[in-house]
Design a protein around this ligand. Structure first.
Ligand code: IMP
Ligand code: MG
Length: 182
């Protein structure tokens, strides 16, 4: 595969391969399907990072599901996020009175999710839960957590399976650690 064509000076090491991810997604879907049994669920995917994960997850859910997406821009850079966010794609349908499950790629400092949870709660859903593929609890600066977590990881930067570095690597089928080459 052409995945070794990284930026010069960077290397990519597999952390979870496609098979391990698929297994974990099936487990999460089984847990979610059981807990929401008999209730329609509105999945709200956070673009762009959650798109690949959501596509796999949704096909494993044994539930009546509808989907929507939210996208926003944050000002500041990855190392020093400002916490100021602008919605660039709002919900298409009302979530008032709905059981909403937010689908996230990764929970890092928690600033994004804290903001977004406030935005969604203002729309008065019946319930609001979150599933994140990855969680970096050691980086948290805001008191938020997801109800369902795929993998808990240390303070490393990962790409692939929807996650990017400078918009690249989202198409990798596995999750890889991005490191500067020594
Ligand atoms: P938070 O607001 O710090 O929790 O940041 C969450 C967002 O930062 C995620 O939705 C990702 O877009 C991005 N992010 C955080 N850590 C990583 C990573 O290791 N790889 C790729 N993107 C990341
Ligand atoms: Mg991102």
């Amino acid at each position: 595969m052409a995945v070794e064509s990284t930026a010069p000076g960077a290397e990519l090491e597999i952390l979870y391969d496609a098979e391990a991810i698929a297994r974990r997604v099936r487990e999460l879907a089984a847990q979610i399907s059981q807990e929401y049994q008999g209730r329609p669920v509105r999945l709200v995917g956070i673009l762009k990072g959650a798109w690949v994960f959501m596509a796999d997850l949704v096909r494993q859910l044994d539930l009546e599901v509808t989907v929507d997406f939210l996208s926003f821009a944050s000002y500041g850079d990855a190392a020093q996020p400002s916490g100021i966010v602008k919605i660039t794609k709002d919900l298409d349908q009302s979530i008032a009175g709905q059981d909403v499950l937010v689908v996230e790629d990764i929970l890092d400092t928690g600033q994004t999710f804290e903001y977004l949870r406030g935005v969604l709660e203002a729309h008065k859903p019946r319930s609001l839960k979150a599933v994140t593929l990855l969680d970096k609890p050691s980086r948290r600066v805001r008191p938020v957590q997801a109800d369902y977590v795929g993998f808990t990881i240390p303070d490393i930067f990962v790409v692939g399976y929807g996650l990017d570095y400078a918009q690249k690597y989202r198409n990798l089928p596995d999750i890889r650690v991005l490191r500067a080459k020594m």
